[in-house]
Structures are given as structure tokens and as C-alpha cells.
Design a protein around this ligand. Structure first.
Ligand code: ATP
Ligand SMILES: Nc1nc2c(ncn2[C@@H]2O[C@H](COP(=O)(O)O)[C@@H](O)[C@H]2O)c(=O)[nH]1
Length: 339
């Protein structure tokens, strides 16, 4: 029986090599491909794969792209409709454009006048979204105010790939689901100063019909109750005066003194040659490049250090370390690699 294949499938390459890393995963190295897309894991027995086998009742394998470096911890912002989550997030993104990136959710609700597909949301057909959920492409999803909303794994990963800190604007059910995943995040609940103020803001925004406003206000009561219950959120902020709330948000994110998180650049590397061989010493994979072009340079062997990898399907495998191995005078690879 063919297994169900989950995760983002790598684009085909002209050549590839593969090596069994351990009982859980196989490393696939794509030839003639840039380093940022050439290392992939096919997971065959990780916790995620075992969980999905039980869920689907079939054999399962899952792809996970391997990337260099660690992810910055995402921020989950929740709160009732109209409390000002979007307003606060826009201010953060405007003041710190190179620090934060927004997780663009999928939704089945219709776009508002000022909303662009792919920017504010990925506006989706329900049947398409339901299929993607079934295929394990979503980190979380929930039925909110009569529509389906969800955060795809990819929405978070593309922000993190860009070395930015991902911000998720999701409802309380979504926050609870993310808490239950392996994704480490900071959870912030935005509370209105009163129910009356919330209603006023929602009406003043003018984006919903009266019926929709009533539905959102009914749901807000339960959300405020759950948001204030212990254990789910790390921080609760009251959004009364916008300026004060924004300053408090920056303070808890360690940004109040204008301190910005610096981008860490990933070293530029040459593409993986078409022809190469892979071998394994403990948690280190040696990649020997048989490319004549490559041989002209001093660097002919790369070491892929897997000792700090983390994450994995349905998202990226992070914490990969790549460096060049210097050959000794007799052509052997330094014994340091084996240590
Ligand atoms: N502190 C504040 N004082 C007064 N008005 C505010 C404040 N914060 C936000 N607003 C206004 O309230 C309205 C709702 O804000 P916003 O759209 O950011 O809410 P939201 O929590 O993102 O809502 P939703 O969950 O429905 O997307 C907007 O018109 C916004 O300008
Ligand atoms: N669980 C999730 N909730 C989400 C997501 N994206 C947005 N939301 C929440 O939906 C409501 C309504 O949003 P609106 O844009 O229609 O006003 C709001 O509370 C958002 O936080 C998601 O991906 N997952």
C-alpha cells in the first residue's frame, strides 16, 4: 500500500542522493540546487508521522525542508472581534518592518473593501480549505463567527524563513490549538476596557452587518471569559487608550527602548553540484562534491551537522549547521569532523 505523503513536497531536481539518518528520517540532498532548497528530510517514524498514521489509519511519510539557523519565537495575539488586535499589529509592523512578519491566515469569509488576497488573508473556497486541512497543511483552524479560519504551516514558515518574528492574529480556539502543538510561542490576549466600548468600536468600524455584529458580540462574551482564564495566555493587555496599550505591548516584547532585533544573515553558499556523494559520521553528514568546477576551489567537502536539528514536519526542520571541511595535506578529512 502506498503511504499518504504529507508536508510540502520538494520540487524535483536533476539528481539527488539519500542517506538514512536514524530510525525516524532519511536525508535527501538535491543536486544542482541552491543550498537554501537542497536539504530535505523524509520523515518515516517521527512523533508527527505516528500521530498522523493514527489519525488517517494509513501508512504515512512526511516531508520537511531543512534550513540553517534557529527560528525566532512567534507571537500569538488573540482577543474578541473589534478589540484592536489588527490595529496594534499594524503599528508593530509599521515601526519594526524588518523584525516582524504577519502570518497570513486562510478564511472562507468574503473580503472587505480594503482587503487584498494574500496580504490580509488568503480568501478560500470552503471545499479547498477543508481538503487542505485534511491533508495536514494547517497548524490550526477554527470555525469563527460562522466562517472557517486557519493558519497554514507555510504561513508561519515563510515569515520565519525570512528571519522575522511571526505574528499570528487568531481567535481563542486557535490559540488553544497552537498551545497544543510543539510550536513554542508567546500568547497575548487583548481585552477591551468594557463590553460597551467593544460594541462601539465594532460598530464604528462599519465592516459588518447588524446581524454579524450581534454574532461577534455574543461570541466576545465567551472569548473574554476564556481569555482571562488561567493557563492559556502568558500576558493580558487592556486596550483602552491605544497609545498606552501599544507602549505596553512593546514593553513586554522588549522593544520599548527602540531596541530592534537584528537580522542574522545566513552565509551565502555555492549551489549543490549535480554530482555529489553523501556519507555519515555520527550526527554529521559529509557531502563530497564531485563537480569539476567545485574541485577547482579549495572547498570540496561540506559537513552538515544534524546534532542541533529541531522542529520537523509538518513545518521546517531547523537548526541545521553547514560548514566547509578543509582537507588535510594527504587529502583526508580532518579528524575534528568525527569528534
Ligand atoms: N484603543 C482604541 N481606541 C479606540 N479605537 C480603537 C482602539 N483600538 C482599535 N480601535 C478601533 O477599533 C476598531 C476595531 O479595531 P481592529 O479592526 O484593529 O480590531 P480587531 O481586534 O482586529 O478585530 P477583528 O478580530 O474583527 O479583526 C477599528 O476601527 C480601530 O480603529
Ligand atoms: N483560529 C483562527 N482565527 C483567526 C485566524 N485568522 C483570523 N482569525 C480570527 O478571526 C476573527 C475574525 O476575524 P475578521 O478578520 O473576520 O474580523 C478574529 O478574532 C481573528 O483573530 C486564523 O487563522 N485562525
Amino acid at each position: 500500500m502506498n503511504p499518504t505523503v504529507l508536508g510540502i513536497i520538494p520540487k524535483p531536481s536533476e539528481s539527488h542522493s539519500a542517506i538514512v539518518v536514524d530510525d525516524d528520517r532519511i536525508l535527501v540532498v538535491k543536486g544542482n540546487t541552491n543550498f537554501d532548497d537542497c536539504f530535505w528530510f523524509l520523515e518515516v517514524n517521527t512523533a508527527f508521522v505516528r500521530e498522523q498514521k493514527t489519525r488517517l489509519g494509513t501508512e504515512v511519510v512526511a516531508w520537511s525542508k531543512a534550513v540553517v539557523g534557529e527560528a525566532k519565537i512567534p507571537i500569538v495575539i488573540s482577543g474578541p472581534s473589534g478589540v484592536g488586535k489588527g490595529t496594534l499589529i499594524s503599528k508593530l509592523m509599521e515601526e519594526f518592518p524588518s523584525t516582524f512578519g504577519f502570518s497570513v491566515s486562510h478564511t472562507t469569509r468574503a473580503p472587505r473593501n480594503n482587503e487584498q488576497n494574500g496580504v490580509h488573508y488568503h480568501f478560500s473556497e470552503r471545499s479547498v480549505m477543508e481538503k487542505d486541512i485534511k491533508d495536514g497543511k494547517f497548524l490550526e483552524f477554527a470555525a469563527v463567527h460562522g466562517n472557517l479560519y486557519g493558519t497554514s504551516v507555510e504561513a508561519v514558515e515563510v515569515v520565519t524563513d525570512g528571519e522575522k518574528r511571526c505574528i499570528l492574529d487568531i481567535d481563542v480556539q486557535g490559540a488553544r490549538s497552537v498551545r497544543a502543538t510543539s510550536l513554542e510561542a508567546i500568547f497575548i490576549f487583548i481585552c477591551p476596557p468594557s463590553f460597551e466600548v467593544l460594541e462601539k468600536r465594532l460598530r464604528a468600524r462599519g465592516t459588518e452587518t447588524e446581524e454579524q455584529i450581534q454574532k461577534r458580540l455574543r461570541n466576545a462574551k465567551a472569548e473574554i471569559e476564556q481569555g482571562n482564564s488561567p493557563g492559556l495566555f502568558d500576558h493580558i493587555l487592556v486596550n483602552d487608550d491605544l497609545k498606552t496599550c501599544y507602549e505596553n505591548l512593546k514593553k513586554l516584547l522588549g522593544l520599548s527602548n527602540g531596541v530592534k532585533i537584528n537580522k542574522i544573515s545566513v552565509p551565502e553558499l555555492v549551489p549543490m553540484p549535480l554530482e555529489h556523494t553523501v556519507s555519515k559520521i555520527d550526527q554529521k553528514i559529509l557531502i563530497n562534491c564531485n563537480d569539476p568546477e567545485q574541485e577547482k576551489s579549495d572547498i570540496n567537502t561540506f559537513v552538515l551537522d544534524l546534532s542541533s536539528i529541531n522542529g520537523g514536519a509538518p513545518g521546517r526542520t531547523r537548526g541545521l549547521n553547514i560548514y566547509a571541511a578543509e582537507p588535510s595535506t594527504n587529502g583526508a578529512i580532518s579528524s575534528e569532523i568525527a569528534s
